[in-house]
Design a protein around this ligand. Sequence first.
Ligand code: SF4
Ligand code: SF4
Length: 422
Amino acid sequence: MHSKPADSLADSPLAWEARDLLRSCVHCGFCLPACPTYRVTGSELDSPRGRIYLIKEMLEHGRATATARIHLDRCLTCRACETACPSGVQYGRLADLGRELVERQPPSSRAAAVRFVRFALARVATRRELFTPLVRIGQALRPALPAALQALVPARGTGGSTTRDLLAWPAARHARRMAVLEGCVQPGLAPQINAAAARVLDQLGISLVAARDVGCCGAMAHHLGRSDAALDQVRRNVAAGKRLLEGGCETIVSTASGCGAFAKDYGHVLRHAGASISAAGARVSAATRDLCEVIDPAALAELVAAAGRTREPVRVAWQAPCSLQHGQRSSTTGRVEALLRAAGCELVATRNPTLCCGSAGTYSILQPELARELRTRKLDSLLDDRPTAIATANIGCLEHLRQASPVPVRHWIEIVDSILFA
Ligand code: SF4
Ligand code: SF4
């Protein structure tokens, strides 16, 4: 697809980058059936190809129309279209550039209330020192909250009937050390996930240390088109990540696949920020792994066998987050399924495994109707074969699905941990 930026964008590197990315699209439409929003609305403008046309128009006219903004806002950035595209269109990067161009329009292009919610999300949800106390207040008031609000706040301690301390973190005792990203919302909503990862890795001869200096990965601000705020977060995290690597940590582990996918892209995010910081970003990206990449299924199977647990296999429906299956696909495909089987779980069949659950970072707040419809469809397909639990690998999907699921939704490492230590 050919395009030439308007004269008003001639000095914008973003516009030329978007022009280059557009070129590989041959408008074949193979991506349409893979797109969750197109499947719900049936509108070409809610498809990858339609959005690519809207970005092209925006480049050529030098301004964003309300139509372009509405349909880019409705995109989940799930990147299912990238997996489906035979021409290798880097749609995720193109959509980010399109959103950045939209955000440069005068503020009147969005309703004031929507702008406020976007601002609050970028300012509060990205800061764990604010977000965690707010969650704790919500949990304390939970019994008195109306049902709709109660559903948004997870109850404290999600271990069912267990009396174990789910936050117990083993002392660092191994020569092999890895640092785990704390992130922004996960410590408030589900602090037991990283603790479970630390316990399992400890049994495998690896000490996991919490990377407390590393804050929000920057993905939320980035996908909201707030590139300056995202760049500040990325710079801070790269400096902290570099210190961890120089201090002897061999890997930076992410237990939230959305954060991991973005951290693996730091080198690209910092491409215009100067040679030294962009090289440091590339180094941190290269050292970042999703948790499923650092545990060997064979070693886990041995550990489970040695633990001698005899119990009915847990029937698990695996929900592969888009950030894992489309964002980090080359390194993580099939990995969690192998680990769950190694731990003795029975994986049930699901339909449409490549489709998004509708969580997508802030999407479930900013596009609640589409997000609810996608969640209903996803849960239908996950629950088809009557699992006793749903496993996922991203806090956003976990929380979004949990709010409507009749069976527990847990990070897969929590299930492995419960098999090993319950
Ligand atoms: S599949 Fe790829 S090349 Fe074809 S329309 Fe979609 S983005 Fe363009
Ligand atoms: S990123 Fe997802 S929602 Fe957006 S166009 Fe691609 S498939 Fe559709």
